[in-house]
Design a protein around this ligand. Structure first.
Ligand SMILES: O=C(CCC(O)(O)[C@H](Cc1ccccc1)NC(=O)c1ccccc1)N[C@@H](Cc1ccccc1)C(=O)O
Ligand SMILES: [Zn+2]
Length: 617
């Protein structure tokens, strides 16, 4: 082996240049497929994937020839520690081809899946229950010609958000899983086998351990568990309050007062955020509500105007504006003439100039927050663009997910929305505070169990604790036990409900969002301190604070050049280097007190057998 560190540094220089070019070509091909889902574009992308993997394997062979562990320069050792992990390219070529082929097929199924329009005329069972099987036996005696025309975005997303008819919601919930989840069950099982084989070729026990290695700390799994244990009491308080309001709205036959909440009633296809049922659950109706969707529409906001509004928040902090090519090449609305992958994403084309967002933007408050989220990814890309190619990544995946959300925490405050003209008179009353904190909790607290359980389920599938015999049942055990939600219709092992959530067919890890929802409040607390904010944390708005911007720039421009624990030390001026739930608990402190007083007499938590009883009736 080669112990010459100078030669190693020379190798790294060559790698840096070549990797940028290879990456750019791959991103172009991937972009063409994602913004125009055709067989041709899929083939070109898979081809580019093989070329990239061959390049990666060649460089891996060269890198492993160096005795890099004894090199003296820490950053050189760090670069080699990343370069000597080959990833899926460790698979034999035919298996790599199968793996990437399966991934694209699953992602395509999800992205083009459509369902039939709900039809209330459909046969009803003697029990008065809706006979959805009629929906799926569109034969002549039903006289129901079912042409699947409704895609997830924007149709099903908006129907799940706005419908208040439990039968319609239950149909949409089930039909989407029939169209998107069920068809990929077998493909996913084969995909897991190949992913585990690749992980083992890299020295990991399974793909879950390989994913967790991104966080560079031992016991990451236990750390996440501990964070969730500290957060779940607050979640249970919110769950109890929302359930009581849903009982009021839909009655106890539909919502069990002491049981889990049926998943189709929470305003979201996966019950992952509950902002769309704010109108049913808001603590003080009639007082200031921060849902500015109507204002956005009345004021004629376009998707582009929403992007400009988000960009202005970043530049107000002295951070980077979006580059010219961003405005020329991004896809910010769903095209009408072709199939695209609508799920939002932010793209770095590895040449320090070309950055784009792909998003099927609708004019709603929820999409305004998503726009900040996606632009946060681009901002991070821009801030670490002068790092070596290998370090151009988030300090950990949760950091990358947090950037945009941190700014959105300020941009969502009533005071800020008023200052940009999206909210009328804002009073400083207690009720307005509680209404605002409650709306934020429907987004941030409601999400925590979902962000936690998605990869709990996948890690168990990768480790073999969950097998094809209990794949879907284990999913619902976690959904019931951790999140306190139940399926509106009976589920079996014929179904594959996790497959109906983008990140499973797209093979995108999910615990990053759980980490983000904790760490973004640590960022918020530190940036508010830097901005000289005084008073409750939930009232802080860092808008126009160049000091806060400078601190954020100092942390984010590190990229992955240092372990994320060191980046946290920079953020907190040495106060901590660990994930910490104190800031999120401080932020929601006033709401927690209010919820505990409101929930007197309610059962906190849920009795799991109620769900089964409900389904059987
Ligand atoms: O999936 C997203 C947003 C998409 C994304 O920005 O995280 C995107 C996901 C993705 C898509 C394709 C391939 C890989 C990942 N991530 C990025 O665009 C991204 C990730 C890392 C670096 C740069 C960009 N949010 C999650 C969780 C979430 C986040 C925030 C609010 C609500 C919900 C969801 O919708 O379930
Ligand atoms: Zn993201």
């Amino acid at each position: 082996t080669n112990t010459n560190e100078a030669e190693a540094i020379d190798f790294l220089g060559r790698y840096d240049r070549e990797a940028g070019q290879m990456c750019n070509k791959f991103m172009e091909a991937s972009w063409n497929y994602n913004t125009n889902v055709t067989d041709f574009n899929k083939r070109v992308m898979l081809q580019q994937q093989m070329i990239w993997s061959d390049f990666h394997r060649t460089k891996w062979n060269e890198a492993t020839n160096f005795a890099w562990k004894n090199f003296t320069t820490p950053t050189v050792r760090r670069m080699f520690s990343f370069l000597t992990v080959l990833g899926k390219a460790a698979l034999p070529r035919d298996k790599l081809k199968e793996l990437t082929g399966l991934l694209q097929e699953m992602k395509t199924t999800y992205s083009v899946a459509k369902i039939c329009r709900y039809d209330a005329r459909l046969r009803r069972l003697p029990s008065g229950d809706y006979d959805y099987d009629a929906e799926f036996e569109a034969d002549d005696d039903n006289q129901i010609g079912c042409i699947p025309t409704l895609p997830l975005e924007p149709h099903l997303t908006q129907m799940m958000a706005n419908s208040r008819d439990p039968d319609e919601l239950r149909y949409l919930w089930r039909a989407w899983r029939e169209a998107a989840g069920k068809p990929i069950r077998q493909k996913y099982l084969r995909f897991v086998e190949l992913s585990n084989e690749a992980a083992r070729l890299n020295g990991f026990s399974d793909a879950g351990e390989y994913w967790r290695s991104d966080y560079e700390i031992d016991g990451f799994r236990e750390e996440v568990e501990e964070l969730w244990q500290k957060l779940s009491p607050l979640y249970q308080q919110l769950h109890a309050y929302v359930r009581a309001k849903l009982v009021e709205k839909y009655g106890e036959e539909v919502v069990p007062r002491r049981g889990p909440i049926p998943a189709h009633l929470l305003g979201n296809m996966w019950a992952q955020t509950w902002t769309n049922v704010l109108d049913i659950t808001i603590p003080y109706p009639g007082r200031t509500s921060v849902d500015v969707t109507n204002a956005l529409r009345i004021q004629g906001y376009s998707p582009l105007a929403m992007f400009r509004l988000a960009e202005e928040f970043f530049t107000s902090l002295g951070l980077e504006p979006m580059p010219q090519t961003f405005w020329q090449r991004s896809m910010i609305q769903k095209p009408t003439d072709r199939e695209v992958v609508c799920h939002a994403s932010a793209w770095d084309f590895c040449n320090g100039r070309d950055y784009r967002i792909k998003q099927c933007t609708e004019v709603t408050m929820e999409h305004l927050v998503t726009t900040h989220h996606e632009m946060g990814h681009i901002q991070y890309d821009l801030l670490y663009r002068n790092q070596p190619f290998i370090f151009r990544d988030g300090a950990n995946p949760g950091f990358h997910e947090a950037v945009g959300d941190v700014l959105a925490l300020s941009a969502s405050t009533p005071r800020h929305l008023q200052s940009v003209g999206l909210l009328g008179n804002v009073d400083d009353s207690y009720e307005t505070d509680i209404n605002f904190l409650f709306a934020m909790a429907l987004d941030k607290i409601a999400f925590l169990p979902f962000g936690y359980l998605m990869d709990q389920w996948r890690w168990e599938v990768f480790s073999g604790d969950t097998t094809s015999s209990n794949l879907n049942n284990r999913w619902w055990e976690l959904r019931l036990g951790v999140q306190g939600v139940s399926p509106p219709v009976p589920r079996t092992e014929e179904d594959f409900d996790p497959g109906a959530k983008f990140h499973v067919p797209a093979n995108v890890p999910y615990v990053r969002y759980f980490v983000s929802f904790v760490v973004q409040f640590q960022f918020h607390a530190e940036l508010c301190k830097a901005a000289g904010h005084e008073g409750p944390l939930h009232r802080c708005d860092i808008y126009r604070s160049v000091k806060a911007g400078r601190l954020l720039r100092n942390v984010l421009s590190l990229g992955k050049s240092r372990p994320w624990t060191e980046a946290l030390s920079v953020l907190t001026s040495g106060r901590t280097n660990k994930l910490d739930v104190e800031p999120i608990l401080e932020y929601f402190g006033p709401l927690r007190t209010w919820l505990e007083s409101q929930n007197r007499g309610e059962l906190i938590g849920w009795r799991e057998n109620e769900a089964i009883v409900l389904q059987v009736t």
